[in-house]
Design a protein around this ligand. Structure first.
Ligand code: SF4
Length: 702
């Protein structure tokens, strides 16, 4: 069997927008506590509507169902203007999911009526879209479904035709022709939806190439029904299914080419499930065919008891034969390629066909089941000879569903072996078919998922619907939970003062976030270096692996403060020795403020020269004396390593230097009596303090 899938499937833009809007509104409303309603089903797809219901979106049959204050979402097919006005008057918030193409029909009907036309709407009068269009037309309007209905109309004046977006173009054309035959001057507004027109055209082409057609979509979906009609016109068998579960293997013959098309309100993953199911049927059929050929003719059960044989057995008390649908436990008594015989405590053994051993076809049943093994099986039916026909696959599936439902209910993580990649994600075998949407693989979006096939992922079950046979899995949620677990473990284990290795994840103007094994700590710019740092990017960049010191852990708020400078030696520890009080050292002005200037003595150690210590005169502002970048000589007045403060003085350094110069000169002058001291020293003496011992600097006011 070959499966041909229509090029275009999945949601059309109108449906996609409506579903996304509904999901967004539901999320927002969750925080506000207001209920969200849709006016009728949002789209004509039961599974999507069920999914929205699980998100808390309710379906209203009319505005009367919606209490004031709640939110009402208009469907993609639109709604008449009176309803909008009524909803607003009632205090219901309206969110409009009307498809832009439907709105175009509404607008056309309204403008044509205003221009004096009688409007003919070609469409189904009971369809929501048509009812909304009629509501927007503010003059004479008629709805016809076929050209035959045109004859019943009494028309006068100008006539214009609009159509329901999903109508077939030929129906619209025939209606127009019929009107023209009635000598009407007809204006035609092109309001057909190009998406449905394209799909109808493709359906026609597909029907020519295949033996059987399968159309996927809601039973109420107008555009899906149109695809079914088009398929049937080809004379080929057409099956309308809503999900993979509806597929019956007996529809297909060996060697058939099967065409698959889908309505615009059918999610792509539903179509992919249908295709996957058909491929599964095909694989099993082919494998069974091969095995059938390989088996010797005539092989099979021939164990019918001889009449009258073993009369003693007849005296045994034989329990009543369980009925179809019962689950029984039995012992495997014989394994052959054709069948497995299971003793279920009845005089006739149960027959387990190899195809019912499990989901996957096995060529040699003895690989998966051994004689003497005790197994559970479901009685599918009692055959003509009164033998129970068993299925272990169905029991396994039942168990799988129970496991999945429990995992969903309890939020458990399960293992999911990935079997294939499909358009929207991955397929995994979790006892039944599980789908992992691409958005739920990994923590961040992954472009190419091929590498996942064959791997076993740890996943959460985010949706399970046994009726729809739908299982949606998420690796992302399992990874997020694992990350959170790690984060909590790291948070618990952190101790202030310890050194950890981390990776710089993000750099901002005020610091960097460093991942220290599952939790991001903040490395503030002031904790990056002992020296002044203007921009954190001078010190670290994203991706750097660095050692950091844990400064503070707030377990309640889950915040961690980190330091980088604490990892290296503290220059202040040496400051007392390196810069003793009274010493004169050189430094660089790193900042000038109103009350003085900061001078860097060595990397990470800065001292303050108070404004009063800048010069031997009165200074109005420090910038009169120094500027950033100047190299200056300063005298150390006071060192306080605990508070990381050093008081400096340029004024005293200068005086000190002067004193030293004078002393040196006097020493020179004593050797040479020709020149008097006054001749040489001159003005140097003025202001210099020649008397008394050198004083420690006075405490400044920093
Ligand atoms: S089928 Fe066309 S008209 Fe209808 S919702 Fe989709 S895009 Fe809009």
């Amino acid at each position: 069997m070959e499966v041909l899938v229509a090029r275009e499937y999945g949601f059309c833009i109108g449906v996609k927008k409506a579903v996304e809007l509904a999901q967004k509104v539901a999320e927002e409303a969750g925080e506000s506590g207001r209920s969200v309603w849709t006016l009728g089903p949002l789209i004509h797809n039961r599974r999507v509507v069920n999914d929205l219901a699980r998100r808390g979106i309710r379906t209203a049959s009319g505005l009367a169902d919606v209490p004031p204050g709640d939110i009402l979402i208009l469907p993609s097919h639109g709604a008449p203007p009176e309803l909008l006005a009524e909803a607003r008057a009632k205090g219901v918030s309206v969110r409009d999911a009307t498809c832009p193409l439907v709105r175009k029909v509404q607008d056309a009907a309204r403008s044509l009526c205003r221009e004096g036309y009688t409007v003919i709407v070609v469409g189904d009068p009971s369809h929501t879209e048509v009812r909304s269009v009629v509501g927007w037309a503010s003059g004479p309007v008629h709805v016809v479904e076929s050209p035959e209905e045109v004859g019943d109309l009494t028309l006068e004046g100008k006539v214009a035709v609009v159509s329901q977006t999903t109508q077939r173009p030929e129906t619209v054309r025939r209606v127009v022709e019929r009107l023209r035959e009635m000598a009407m001057d007809v204006r035609v507004e092109p309001t057909l939806c190009h998406v449905t027109s394209r799909r109808q055209e493709e359906m026609r082409e597909l029907a020519q190439k295949v033996d059987v057609l399968v159309v996927v979509g809601g039973r109420q979906s107008a555009n899906t029904k149109k695809l079914v009609d088009i398929g049937r016109e080809s004379g080929k068998p057409v099956y309308h299914v809503e999900s993979a579960q509806d597929i019956d293997p007996s529809w297909f013959n060996k060697g058939d080419t099967v065409g698959v098309a889908a309505g615009t309100s059918t999610p792509d993953w539903v179509t992919e499930e249908v295709v996957a199911r058909m491929e599964e049927i095909n694989e099993n059929t082919e494998a069974q065919d091969k095995e059938g050929k390989a088996a010797s003719p005539g092989a099979g059960p021939e164990e019918a008891a001889e009449p009258g044989a073993e009369p003693a057995q007849e005296a045994q008390v034989i329990p009543p034969l369980p009925k179809a649908g019962d689950t029984v436990t039995g012992t495997v008594v014989k394994v052959s390629p054709e069948e497995i015989l299971v003793d279920i405590g009845y005089k006739t053994e149960g027959i387990l066909p190899p195809s019912e051993l499990g989901r996957r076809f096995v060529s040699d049943p003895s690989e998966v089941v051994k004689e003497g093994e005790v197994i559970d099986a479901l009685i599918v039916r009692i055959d003509d000879e009164g033998r129970p026909v068993l299925s272990r696959r169905r029991v396994a599936e039942e168990q799988a569903w129970r496991r999945l439902e429990e995992a969903h209910r309890e939020g458990l993580t399960i293992e999911a072996p990935v079997t294939s990649k499909v358009k929207g994600g991955l397929v995994a075998d979790v006892g039944t078919r599980g789908f992992i949407p691409a958005s739920q693989v990994g923590l961040e979006y992954i472009e190419d998922l091929s590498g996942y096939v064959g791997k076993t992922l740890k996943v959460k079950v985010i949706e399970v619907d046994r009726g729809d046979r739908r299982v949606i899995l998420s690796e992302k949620k399992a990874l997020e939970e694992e990350r959170e677990r790690q984060r909590q473990a790291v948070l618990e284990s952190l101790e202030e003062g310890e050194i950890r290795e981390g990776e710089v994840k993000r750099v901002t103007d005020y610091g960097a976030f460093v991942d220290i094994g599952g939790i991001d700590g903040l490395l503030h710019v002031s904790e990056m270096s002992w020296k002044r740092v203007n921009d954190p990017r001078e010190v670290v960049k994203e991706g750097d692996r660095i050692q950091v010191c844990v400064l503070k852990v707030d377990r309640e708020k889950e915040r961690v403060s980190l330091g980088l400078k604490q990892v290296g030696p503290d220059p202040w520890a040496e400051a007392v020795k390196q810069f003793p009080v009274g010493s004169i050292v050189e430094g660089r002005v790193v900042s000038v403020v109103d009350f003085g200037a900061f001078v860097e003595l060595t990397e990470g150690v800065e001292g303050l020269v108070h404004i009063s210590q800048l010069a031997p005169r009165r200074v109005a502002h420090p910038s009169e004396v120094v500027e950033v970048g100047d190299r200056v000589r300063v005298k150390v007045l006071k060192v306080n390593p605990k508070e990381r403060r050093i008081s400096l003085s340029i004024r005293e350094a200068e005086q000190e230097m002067d004193r030293r110069q004078i002393k040196k000169f006097l020493k020179e002058a004593r050797k040479d009596s020709v020149v008097t001291i006054g001749d040489v020293v001159g003005d140097l003496l003025q202001g210099a303090n020649l008397g008394g011992p050198e004083k420690d600097g006075e405490p400044d006011k920093d």
